[in-house]
Design a protein around this ligand. Structure first.
Ligand code: DGY
Length: 324
């Protein structure tokens, strides 16, 4: 057994932050996507007390069983659908994540997708580059001002998105399992029931976390309720949508278009039907992918791990009831 805590690192860490980790822990590198049980000996695994990972590492019961002394798993992400939370709670593994620091970046991509859809900006770029402009003007697009922006899921990111939509003079509505007090107090959006949200939104943005309850929770029923002129935006997790139903809705004109930063299968293969639909704008899960935001996320993820293993309450815990 080593004297210093041993931790797995499964994400590239900037030099200065890696030095901080190395000053306290023995670091064991496990390549992203690899399972510790497949690449580490039982002897090494027996000493592991913490891990720094991305959502590409599945923290399931098997993984936790293969690391019998694991106490902290620090996710370099706010979403933690890669974690079997009941199993983590049973095994008393503290799960940490990176909320807040990415709110603005994800909100920016959400609003950017809205502008791309309404003003057809991606097709407009191709139109100019191809020389098509010399043969005639680009087709007219749509205003967003005065339209209704709907949020399915109102939390830290949703509030920033709502503020942005208000800045575009949009009426903002939302649906959550319960009223969001901060949203209400700040007058950011009006609460509506779930069906009204889908019926009334001109732009419908999905921002709920992926859980057993939300998996495929937006599907044919919801698309049938939406306006044929409405756009759907997903910057949460791909599997919240029923992707087959979405493709059908986009093909048949039940909705006008979709802006997707996340998909059920990532990376999205080029032969996905989504790639050939003209009314879809796709991004490569880049909501938080700016230098500044990823740096802030990494600082938080690293410090969550250091603090938790040093007996200091970490800034961001998913299951804080385990602390202490
Ligand atoms: C997050 O932090 O959850 C982002 O979606 C990156 O995975």
């Amino acid at each position: 057994m080593t004297t210093r805590p041993r931790v797995i690192v499964s994400v590239p860490v900037p030099e200065d932050l890696r030095a901080e980790l190395a000053g306290r822990f023995d670091i064991v590198d496990v390549p992203v996507g690899e399972r510790p049980a497949e690449v580490l000996s039982a002897q090494v695994r027996a000493d592991i007390q913490g891990q720094l990972i991305t959502p590409r590492t599945r923290v399931d019961d098997d993984l936790m069983q293969s690391l019998p002394r694991l106490r902290v798993s620090s996710n370099f992400a706010v979403g933690y659908d890669n974690v079997d939370l009941p199993a983590a709670n049973r095994r008393k593994v503290l799960i940490c994540n990176t909320p807040n620091v990415l709110n603005n970046a994800v909100a920016d991509v959400t609003l950017g997708l809205m502008l791309c859809l309404a003003r057809n900006l991606v097709a407009g770029d191709a139109f100019v580059r191809s020389g098509a402009w010399t043969r005639g003007p680009f087709p007219l697009t749509h205003d967003i001002r005065g339209k209704t922006f709907g949020l399915l899921g109102m939390g830290r990111i949703g509030r920033v998105v709502a503020r942005g939509a208000q800045a575009f003079d949009m009426k903002v509505i939302y649906h959550n399992r319960r009223l969001d007090e901060e949203t209400e107090a700040l007058g950011l959006a009006s609460y509506v029931d779930r069906d009204t949200l889908f019926r009334d939104a001109d732009v419908l943005c999905v921002l709920v976390p992926l859980t057993a309850e939300t998996r495929h929770s937006v599907g044919a029923r919801e698309f049938a309720m939406m306006k044929p002129t409405a756009y759907l935006i997903n910057t949460a997790r791909g599997a919240v949508l029923d992707e087959a139903a979405l493709i059908e809705a986009l093909r048949s004109g039940k909705i006008a278009g979709a802006g997707l930063d996340v998909m059920e299968t990532e990376p999205l293969p080029a032969d996905s039907p989504l790639c050939s639909l003209p009314n879809v704008v796709l991004q490569a899960h880049v909501g938080s992918a700016t230098h500044e935001t990823r740096r802030a996320m990494m600082e938080l993820a690293v410090h969550n791990l250091i603090d938790a293993l040093s007996g200091i309450r970490p800034t961001a815990m998913v299951n804080p009831e385990l602390w202490g």
